[in-house]
Design a binder for this molecule. Structure first.
Ligand code: GTP
Ligand code: SPV
Ligand code: MN
Length: 588
């Protein structure tokens, strides 16, 4: 006998606006079939089976890595493409000097020409998804249409996708439209277009990461930052972590570091043995949506449901949690494999047999795993998973942390004097480029709030929005800056990093509680070596001194560069930032 649960409405009938859009895209792209994703285990198994049979997925060693698979992307398609990523607003000034811009009509026309007939002989997949807990008023929904089953499998891990999301869309009526096709995977025919005024994304010619999993950077940062500005909240490139101190109190921090600069590792760090009583709880590793709460605090949710993390460097010594997490139910992309089909990357013991392109490993071809090779895994697989990840109102934030990868200039940690100074600290960020985006690696560039590739509007307006947020918070988080990547004259990292970073976070919590000391410097408050818990840490006094040093000569040069950079934003630059910069320079 059929019960109510057995007569589910077919997905295509749940939301008229979604179905109308799917039909319009079908006309344009001409797929041979349409597949609605309901988020069920059965569909995941079906798609995994399909990709295994056609050779796009490889099963990994079932004994050591059960239910783990390897995907190899096209060698020319291994990272985000910032030079092909556009913000298409009616007014160019709204996109700002921080974005590439195209007129929306011109962009739509150009993209229609690419999408026309592009799914012939392919299946069109419809992925309804929700960014944030399904029952959270802070969550936002979208629908991605794609012709890549690998993208579908990834989105099923990375977001809350399927029937529940579509039911919410049917109730709310509003959703972000993300249209994606891998096209010919031709870098000459590759564009990632954003239309914030229309809540739409069009992505063609790439199947990789942030270019193709449209819920992630395209929706949850570029489109969401635009929405957040008009609705009074913040969409940021931040991880969220909860720290339980030895007294049992838990405090949450949200940290913005550029791509491949340590967010995932900090979000699930393993406390050093010499700091007993501390516990770490992960909420998110890449994106935070931050809302002022009725209590005057800032509350954060992680819009994602999975991690798309950097593989190289992950091992039982650097991060036991991360390594444990990816031992089952994980989708690997562009890693190497050992001869018994275990995934392998630089930093692990053992030896690779095949490199990331599937060739017999030869050091002459470079690293065995691609430097931007990644794992895709559910947040629930993380040993330090926090059940508060599902709290509809999020978690309250005690401290915001900005950080970059800088071989010199920026000390290990410093604290901003107040909110306005903190906004300048974020706006003045710089970091060395990494393999997460196509282009030269190791070049220092300005990367305000770690949002240079991800802010969907003019940075001048963005900083104004940040400045206005402070006075709305009666219990605003304190703001800090960190640099785990300072080096000595030989080029060696001065700070051991990873789990030892807890010492720096503990100092921040001490600052919030009023128990930790610091010295006032021109750039902010810096701990003395004695203000940090260094018990059980093996580091020389000279190295610690060097890590905490503020060199006035270097900072004078730094501030001059910041002034020049901010000048690019002209009339849109809030004068308060320049006043704050004047103040810092006078202090030097
Ligand atoms: P995205 O996912 O690209 O946004 O990167 P992420 O910010 O989450 O960076 P992740 O934690 O994946 O780290 C990137 C690389 O930096 C990896 O190779 C890590 O092993 C390495 N790393 C992370 N934390 C530290 C640290 O504290 N010190 C050092 N030296 N390296 C680190
Ligand atoms: C990043 O580059 O910041 C990432 C990976 O987190 S991607 O999803 O490709 O944007
Ligand atoms: Mn990221």
């Amino acid at each position: 006998m059929a019960t109510a649960a057995h007569v589910l409405t077919p997905l295509a009938q749940l939301s008229r606006p979604v179905n109308d859009w799917v039909q319009a895209v079908r006309e344009l792209t001409q797929p041979r079939a349409v597949y609605w994703c309901d988020g069920s285990e059965a569909q995941t198994r079906e798609l995994t089976g399909l990709l295994l049979r056609n050779g796009e997925l490889h099963a990994l060693n079932p004994e050591h890595f059960p239910n783990c698979h390897l995907y190899r992307s096209t060698p020319n398609d291994v990272a985000r493409v910032e030079h092909l990523t556009y913000i298409c607003t009616r007014l160019q000034a709204d996109a700002g000097p921080n974005n590439l811009w195209m007129d929306p009509q011109v962009a739509h026309q150009q993209m229609r020409a690419l999408f026309r007939g592009c799914m012939r002989e392919r299946t069109l997949y419809v992925i309804p998804y929700c960014m944030g807990p399904l029952d959270s008023p802070l969550a936002r929904c979208g629908v991605e249409i794609t012709d890549s089953p690998y993208v579908v499998l990834s989105m099923l891990i990375m977001t809350r996708a399927g029937r529940g999301a579509l039911e919410r869309i049917a109730r709310e009526g509003r959703f972000v439209r993300g249209l994606h096709s891998t096209g010919e995977l031709d870098p000459e025919r590759r564009f990632i277009m954003h239309f914030p005024e229309e809540l739409a994304i069009e992505s063609y010619g790439s199947g990789y990461g942030g270019n193709a999993l449209l819920g992630k950077k395209c929706h949850a940062l570029r489109i969401a930052s635009w929405q957040a500005r008009s609705e009074g909240w913040l969409a940021e490139h931040m991880m969220i972590v909860g720290l339980q101190d030895p007294h049992g109190a838990t405090h949450y921090l949200a940290c913005a570091f550029p791509s491949a600069c340590g967010k995932t590792n900090l979000a699930m760090l393993v406390p050093p043995a010499s700091m007993p009583g501390w516990r770490v709880f992960t909420i998110g590793d890449d994106i935070a949506w931050l809302h002022p709460g009725p209590d005057g605090r800032l509350w954060a949710i992680n819009p994602e449901a999975g991690f798309f993390g950097v593989a190289p460097g992950t091992n039982p010594q650097t991060n036991r949690n991360a390594y444990e997490m990816i031992r089952r139910d994980t989708l690997f992309t562009n890693v190497a494999v050992t001869k018994d089909d275990q995934p392998w990357w630089e930093g692990l013991s053992g030896t690779p047999a095949l490199d990331w392109q599937g060739r017999p490993y030869d050091p002459a071809n470079g690293p065995a795993a691609h430097p931007n090779s990644r794992f895709t895994v559910s947040v629930r697989r993380n040993p330090s998973y926090s059940p508060h990840t599902e709290d509809p109102s999020g978690v309250p934030i005690s401290a915001l942390v900005f950080g970059g990868r800088r071989r010199e200039v920026a000390p290990l940690v410093y604290e901003a004097r107040d909110w306005r100074h903190g906004v300048l600290v974020g706006a003045a960020m710089a970091s060395e480029t990494t393999a997460a985006a196509v282009g030269q690696v190791g070049v220092t560039r300005r990367d305000p709030m770690a949002m240079q590739p991800f802010c969907g509007y003019n940075f001048g307006d963005y900083w104004r929005h940040w400045l206005a947020m402070g006075p709305r918070l009666t219990r605003a988080p304190r703001i800090f800056h960190v640099n785990w990547f300072r080096r000595d004259a030989q080029g060696k990292f001065l700070w051991p990093g990873y789990g030892e970073n807890l010492r720096v976070l503990a100092w921040m919590l001490g600052r919030c509680a009023g128990t930790a000391g610091a010295v006032e410097t021109a750039i902010g408050r810096v701990p003395r070596p004695s203000d940090l818990n260094t018990q059980g840490l093996s580091i020389s006094p000279e190295a610690l001194q060097a890590l905490l040093a503020v060199d006035p000569g270097l900072w004078r040069k730094e501030y001059a560069e910041v002034r020049q950079y901010l000048g690019r934003y002209g009339e849109r630059l809030p004068p308060a930032l320049l006043e704050e910069l004047d103040h810092c320079e006078q202090q030097l």
